[in-house]
Design a protein around this ligand. Structure first.
Ligand code: COA
Length: 368
């Protein structure tokens, strides 16, 4: 049975920053309160024209370059997101077109901030079953487009960004070992965007009431999060038969420093064992875990052979955890030229659009 290795990684965040001092100018808040209650100091915010797929594509190109994998080798693209570009088509299909993943299937996965753990589990199971060889897993968000910038309960928390991993089949032991996934829809109304979908389609009234923005019962979400983080970590370790002493790093969803501290207390682990970067990014939802993985690899914290736990929670309610062993980039003789692939993808996309038009005209005439 092949193992599902993490052989490529990449992240992308917008250059534009909103600091706590910037927020002080638009809402009744202050840096001291935000840092004490959340640990967040700044967040990256997409500028006009930057979208969920453009951030995802940037992260994906980086991950493919690290893995030395050609876009045409990808079997499946899973884009985990709560802020897709459209209700449909799936953002994953936009990524497929932009990177020229000629043979890939593509779909979006909606499990809010736990989405990346769900997506990683789906991808690794497909690889371990032998049905797929290369899967691109992306977590991407532009939450700033769904935040009410006059609501101090939510706008201080969220940021934009994307992270991508390339998972590849290999016979060497390692990679994603085990995952646990949970949900509890009875808490659906604790964190939601109530309007804009089929129950409450966008109308003048829904927009006036701000129902197209994130609505959150912060205290209840906090209580739920502190309960499930340690629990899910213990559960995934037990399912994998791995002792917590063998875990080098816990990479948690980055929502609130106090939630991570509670998880550390619950697991009786020092906070130093946790990869934390929410001070610089805020809560980027499903992108927060892959962004933290990228940073932990970049700064050398995550070393080849290290076992680590990913653990998250979010709207749904959803929560879950994965345990993995990082074995570094899988050796390959393959040379790849990222500039060539970008040019190929752009040209291919243009020609395919043109071809669809021509086909439409020809078939339209024939059938009329
Ligand atoms: N600046 C200053 N004061 C604020 C504030 C802000 N941005 N937001 C709320 N306050 C005030 C409240 O009005 C309240 O004042 P009051 O006591 O006079 O009524 C006080 O601070 C405490 O509010 P409370 O909501 O109890 O704060 P809290 O300690 O629970 O922190 C959150 C609020 C949102 C930071 C916290 O509940 C949280 O992080 N929850 C989880 C949210 C989350 O992770 N969501 C994403 C899930 S993936």
């Amino acid at each position: 049975m092949p193992f599902a290795h993490i052989t490529g990684w990449g992240m992308a965040v917008p250059d534009k920053l909103i600091t706590n001092a910037d927020l002080e100018k638009i809402i009744d808040t202050n840096d001291k309160w935000i840092v004490e209650r959340t640990g967040i100091k700044e967040r990256h915010i997409a500028y006009d024209g930057q979208t969920t797929s453009s951030l995802a594509v940037e992260a994906a190109w980086k991950a493919l370059a690290v893995a030395k994998v050609k876009p045409a080798e990808i079997d499946l693209i899973i884009c985990s997101t709560s802020t897709p570009e459209y209700m449909f088509p799936a953002t994953a299909c936009l990524i497929q077109d932009r990177i020229g993943a000629t043979k890939a299937g593509a779909f979006d996965l909606s499990a809010a901030c736990t989405g990346f753990i769900y997506a990683l589990n789906m991808a690794s199971q497909a690889i371990r079953s032998g049905s797929l060889k290369v899967v691109l897993v992306v977590g991407a968000e532009t939450l700033s487009r769904f935040v009410d910038w006059t609501d101090r309960n939510t706008c201080i928390l969220f940021g934009d960004g994307a992270g991508a991993l390339v998972l590849k089949a290999d016979e060497t032991p390692g990679g994603v070992i085990s995952s646990v996934l949970h949900s509890d829809g009875s808490g659906a109304d604790l964190l939601s965007i109530p309007a804009g979908c089929s129950k409450n389609p966008a109308t003048e009234a829904t927009i006036r009431a701000g129902l197209h923005y994130i609505q959150m019962d912060g205290r209840e979400v906090f209580r739920f999060a502190t309960r499930v983080m340690a629990q899910a970590t213990r559960e995934v370790l037990s399912s994998a038969g791995i002792s917590i002493d063998d875990i080098k790093w816990i990479i948690p969803h980055q929502a609130n420093l106090r939630i991570i501290e509670a998880a550390a207390r619950g697991l009786k682990l020092p906070l130093e064992k946790f990869v934390i970067n929410l001070d610089r990014y805020g809560n980027t939802s499903t992108a927060s875990i892959p962004i933290a993985i990228c940073e932990a690899i970049k700064d050398g914290r995550l070393q080849k052979g290290d076992k680590f736990v990913l653990v998250g929670f979010g709207a749904g309610l959803t929560w879950g955890a994965s345990v993995a062993q990082w074995t570094g980039v899988l050796e390959t003789e393959q040379m790849i030229r990222p500039t060539y692939f970008r040019l190929f993808a752009r040209t291919r996309s243009f020609l395919r659009r043109l071809w669809l038009r021509i086909e439409g005209i020809v078939w339209g005439r024939k059938n009329s």
